[in-house]
Each structure stands twice: as C-alpha cells, then as structure tokens.
Ligand binder design. Structure first.
Ligand SMILES: C=CC1=C(C)c2cc3[nH]c(cc4nc(cc5[nH]c(cc1n2)c(C)c5CCC(=O)O)C(CCC(=O)O)=C4C)c(C)c3C=C
Ligand code: FES
Ligand SMILES: [Fe+2]
Length: 425
C-alpha cells in the first residue's frame, strides 16, 4: 500500500512546495545581473544562530546534494567503492559489503583511464562549489531575512562526503544546541530514489549519528527535492540549445534533430515505480514548449552499467540509427546533469560523437556549469523555498509502489516531520 506520512498534516498547515509549478513572480529573477560573478565572500566564520538586529533569521546553510566524482584518478577506487556499496543505487543484498568492493576494484583501471582522458578527474566538485557560492551571494541580496547564506557541498560517493560536511556544519556553529536552519538542495533536477533519495537517506543517517534525536538545538532541515520544470532551468537549457542550433547553416537548422540524453535506470528501478523517467520527460517537454517545438526531438538514455536490462533507447545506438537513416544533423542535450563530468566529457564527446564518424554535424550542447541564467534559477528556487515555510515537496512523502526499504520509510518520515519544527519556529 502506498504510504503517506504526516504530509497530509503538512498540506493543511502550509502551502504546497512550488518546485514543480513555479509562480509567475519567480520569472523576473532570471537576469544576468543576479548571477554576476563577484569576489568570494564566505571565508569569514558563521555568525551565531540567533535573530540579529536586522531581523534576519540567518545564517542559513545551503547544502548542495549530488553524487560527486573523483577529483583525481587516485580517488577513482574510493569513489567506485562507495558507489557499489550503496544499496539505494545498486542493491546487492546481504553480500553488498563484500561484492561491492570486489566489483569496484575490478572496474577501477577502466574508469581511471576515462577520467585521465577528461583531464585527470571530474570537475563536479569545482562546479558545485562555484554554483553554490554564486547562488548564496544572490540570496544574500534577494532574501536578506534568511541571510547570510553559507554554501556547503555534500557528496554521496566522493569528497566532501556527507559525514565530512555535516561535521563541518556543526563546527561552524549550526546545531549542537544552537539550532539553525539548513536547506538540503538536490542538484539532480529530476527525483530518483537512486540519486536524490539515496543522498537524503545518507543525510538522515548522519543526522541520527551526529545529532541523535531531534531536540530544540538540532539543525532544522528542509529539502528542495525536485525542480524538473523550473522556468530558469528550462530557459538555461533552451538558450544553450538555440546557441548550438545557430552553428548549423540556416537552411538546415530546423531539420536538426534534438536528442535529449539522460542517465538511464535499470528496469527493476523503473518498474518499482521510480519518478525519474516521468520527471525527465517533464523537463524535455517544458524545454520543447519554450522552443515552440522548432525541431523534432527524442529522449534517449545513456550510461547503463552491467548486463541487466536498462531503460532505452540508448543514446549511442540512437545516434547510429539516425545516421544510418541519413539524418546526420543531431544535437545531443544532457538533460539530467547540471555540470560536466565523465558522462558528458567522455561518454558523449569521445564515445558517442567521437565514434559517430560525423563530428562536424553531431554536436553537444554545453553543460549548465557556470551559466548565469542557471545560477539565477538556483537562487530563485531557493528563495521561493525559504519563503514557503515548507519542509519538502508534497510529492516526496509518497513512496514508490514497489518500495520495500526501511531507510526510505524512516528518512521520508524524518524530513516530513521537520515541518513541525519549521512551523513552530
Ligand atoms: C541523474 C543522474 C544519474 C542517475 C539517475 C544515475 C543512476 C545510476 N547510476 C548507476 C551506476 C553508476 N553511475 C556512475 C557514474 C555517474 N552517474 C551519474 C549520474 C546518475 N546516475 C554521474 C553524474 C556519474 C559520473 C560522476 C562524475 O564523473 O562526476 C558510475 C561510475 C562510473 C562507471 O563505473 O561507469 C556507476 C557504476 C546506477 C546503477 C544507477 C541507477 C540505479
Ligand atoms: S525506492 Fe522509491 S521510495 Fe523507496
Ligand atoms: Fe550513475
């Protein structure tokens, strides 16, 4: 039976989270002005967590959640070991802690080579830190009532790991009897239990271990858990697509096929009822609406690992098949990642495009990375969330029809119950 925790109570007390249906007022924020690059300003210690003379309820910790990636080739082994030990991503049963490290050890040399080919490591940490710092600078201006905003990054499989970040927050003066507010902001726009769900389960685990039972002095958590159709995200993707289309001669431009590409999921996860395929499709459709359906398009799926069935069609075979049909003008759009990493720089650029035989006509749209429209969108999302007084989206309380995980059950319950803490504030 589908489980709803106290989200029904939440719905009665507070407005629903607006992550899926942004208001028109949010649109005004997507200007380059808001995302202007400024000098770093967070080298200073966090002020005490009390209401100050200006009435600010800050500081507010803005914690970016993502999987992370190895910054150097030496870190690949640990990254894969953490990844294959995660039962929310790759369930290996009771032998998880034995089989996980074995698989990762065997896979390490191959993946090390791929990271070496993209410059010796994943740029995901650099981009995540930059995006969060820039977002916090904007938030300090547009949300003074929750300022100052302090950026943190919590990765699931690479440094800085969730444990390290949680300890840093405690050392910086959040929690430990001092309370303080923190927002867990997923950097996966579309929710999957294997990505955002796993990061939230990990955050909840470290909350239990490092802060114990919630008390008045514990950190108050809220979650931005999905934002697949936020207009700023859509605008950032659409404007990048328009830039790429402009590289084709005018007479061929509207015949270019747009191939949206997202990380695939094993069919076991899809059939469990994971929300990700539907949310990725929502992003694709919103981007096409913004482009006024100027081009034909398809959604395909990349990066499958291992022999079991995954959601298709696969990106690489889709490119090959369109080329075989005579369609050589193709634009690839990574739609489920917000910054570059091995899936874009190696798999799409070197394998899919590099091996297509048509590098001049098969192109890839730039990743969002430091795009000011995108960073403005992050700030807009965060501001709406902070104003909403909502602990997490209404949707987050609903478990997958096939979910049997106690971790999901407990962590969803924890984040939903944070509503009581926020409301009582
Ligand atoms: C939306 C993004 C992602 C989803 C969904 C996702 C699901 C998923 N991934 C694996 C297994 C692996 N993923 C690996 C790397 C990797 N995955 C994503 C994103 C999603 N994964 C990214 C961004 C990266 C690269 C990180 C970087 O370079 O910065 C890997 C490691 C690489 C490899 O060994 O091929 C594995 C393994 C599963 C099983 C899964 C769904 C259940
Ligand atoms: S697997 Fe989706 S809620 Fe547990
Ligand atoms: Fe993955």
């Amino acid at each position: 039976m589908a489980t709803r925790y106290c989200v029904a109570q939440i719905a009665r007390r507070a407005p629903r989270a607006t992550n899926l249906t942004p208001t028109s007022t949010s649109l005004g924020l997507f200007t380059r002005r808001h995302a202007a690059v400024q000098a770093r300003s967070f080298a200073t210690p966090v002020p005490p967590v009390t209401q100050d003379a200006t009435g600010s309820k800050g500081p507010t910790a803005m914690v970016f959640l993502n999987m992370g990636g190895p910054s150097t080739t030496e870190e690949v082994g640990d990254f894969l070991s953490n990844l294959f030990s995660d039962a929310d991503l790759i369930p290996l049963g009771r032998l998880q802690n034995y089989i996980g490290p074995l698989i990762s050890k065997r896979r390490t040399p191959k993946i090390q080579k791929q990271y070496a080919e993209i410059g010796g490591g994943s740029p995901i940490r650099r981009w995540s830190e930059y995006q969060n710092e820039e977002m916090c600078k904007i938030l300090d201006r547009i949300s003074p009532e929750t300022a100052p905003h302090k950026p943190y990054v919590a990765f699931r499989y690479a440094n800085p790991l969730t444990e390290e970040t949680y300890n840093k927050m405690l050392a910086d003066g959040f929690g430990n009897g001092k309370g303080g507010r923190a927002v867990a902001f997923t950097q996966y726009p579309q929710y999957s239990c294997s990505t955002t769900g796993s990061s939230l389960n990990e955050l909840w685990k470290w909350r239990q271990r490092l802060e114990g039972k919630a008390g008045p002095g514990a950190i108050q958590w809220s979650v931005i858990d999905r934002w697949p159709a936020h207009p700023g995200l859509v605008e950032a993707f659409a404007s990048n697509i328009e830039k790429k289309l402009a590289e084709y001669p005018e007479e061929r431009r509207d015949k270019v096929i747009l191939l949206f590409s997202a990380h695939s999921l094993p069919m076991t996860v899809v059939n469990r009822g994971d929300p990700y395929p539907a949310e990725v499709a929502a992003t694709v459709y919103a981007v096409m609406q913004r482009l006024k359906f100027s081009n034909q398009y398809r959604l395909c799926w990349q990066s499958q690992v291992g022999p079991q069935p995954w959601l298709g069609p696969q990106t690489q075979s889709s490119v090959e098949e369109y080329i075989a049909k005579g369609q050589k003008d193709l634009v690839l759009i990574p739609i489920a990642f917000t910054s570059d990493h091995i899936e874009t720089l190696f798999e799409l650029d070197k394998e899919v495009i590099g091996e297509s035989g048509h590098e001049d006509t098969v192109k890839r749209v730039e990743s969002l990375n430091g795009n000011p429209i995108f960073i403005g969108a992050l700030a807009d999302l965060a501001k709406s969330h902070l104003e909403s007084g909502v602990a997490c989206s209404y949707q987050m309380g609903l478990r997958c029809p096939g979910c049997k995980s106690e971790r999901c059950s407990e962590s969803k319950k924890f984040f939903a119950e944070q509503q009581n803490v926020i409301t009582a504030r």
